[in-house]
Design a protein around this ligand. Structure first.
Ligand SMILES: O=c1ccn([C@@H]2O[C@H](COP(=O)(O)O)[C@@H](O)[C@H]2O)c(=O)[nH]1
Length: 283
């Protein structure tokens, strides 16, 4: 029987905590890590992050853009990183933010969520700004394969607020409307399992206030929340439960540069310290 992504995520929270280590091999970080800004460099970088996360964190989130920069060799490097993460038992959220008309976005879903595909991940970030109906095919594919989606709702970058707080016909903000549709999916899913956590998540930056977008904790009750914005973008782990209130139990704390800045010799300690800080903040 296929175990749903929501159930696997809930189990990972219990066994390994809620930290998601971002793999973002920025050019300047590659330099600091004494790696070349090349496909080989991003491969080594990713593999070292996987090694540091193994046994210290639940989830990794490769930012695919930094691999795509290196063309087909970059994708081959990413495939190696994904394989290493799978072998280490880490949950992988591919940060790809794909979106298009439904027939095209279906192919993106197949690329990242099909069991056995070279880019197989446990979940992918996806854009529903072409309509939540446009991502129905990857949603169904995800459910069938025990995979997940994280739908962009209220992103962490400040310039997004103008669009994502805009009000749609229902009287809700764009972000709240997406959160509501995802909630409907999660509450009607038959595969949610005993954890009660659905397999379709949303992206809500830790830098935003839910109330500013008209998002209620109730609308997030069964929805995993991928929350970037901690560390380098300014959000504090110690504020997380205040930010997300009653929905805090569903939050994945995502941080990239603030951990990666520790360098290859310090990253394992940085992951451990961050995991401990999160466990204390969410206790
Ligand atoms: O709203 C969003 C959605 C995705 N991201 C991504 O998360 C990381 C954040 O990196 P930091 O170094 O921790 O700032 C990066 O890959 C973004 O593309 C986001 O920041 N906000």
């Amino acid at each position: 029987m296929t175990v749903s992504f929501g159930t696997r995520l809930a189990e990972a929270f219990v066994s390994s905590g809620r930290l998601c280590v971002g793999i973002d091999p920025h050019s300047y970080l590659l330099g600091e890590w004494q790696l070349a800004d090349s496909a080989a460099g991003v491969r080594d970088f990713g593999l070292r992050v996987v090694e540091a996360a193994h046994g210290r964190a639940a989830i990794i989130k490769p930012q695919v853009a930094f691999y795509e920069r290196h063309g087909s060799a970059g994708y081959a490097a990413l495939e190696d990183v994904l394989a290493a993460a799978r072998a280490a038992g880490l949950l992988v959220i591919a940060d790809v933010k794909r979106g298009d008309v439904g027939t095209s976005v279906e192919a993106y879903g197949e690329a990242w969520l099909t069991p056995g595909s070279p880019l197989e991940s446990d979940a992918m970030t996806i854009s529903a700004f072409q309509g939540v109906g446009s991502i129905r095919a990857p949603h169904e594919l995800a459910l069938a394969g025990g995979k997940g989606l994280f739908v962009l709702a209220a992103t962490s970058n400040p310039e997004a607020a103008l669009l994502q707080r805009a009000v749609v016909d229902t009287g809700q903000s764009v972000a709240a409307s997406i959160v509501g549709d995802v909630h409907d999916w999660n509450t009607s899913e038959t595969t949610a399992g005993p954890s009660g956590l659905g397999s379709t998540g949303v992206v809500i930056g830790a830098t935003v206030g839910l109330a500013d977008y008209g998002i209620t904790a109730g609308a997030l009750s069964t929805t995993p929340i991928l929350a970037p914005g901690f560390g380098h973008q300014g959000a504090l782990v110690s504020d997380a439960t205040t930010l997300f209130g009653a929905a805090s139990g569903n939050v994945i704390v995502s941080a990239s540069r603030s951990i990666l800045a520790a360098g290859p010799s310090g990253i394992a300690d940085a992951v451990e310290t961050q995991s401990r800080e999160i466990a204390e903040a969410f206790a």
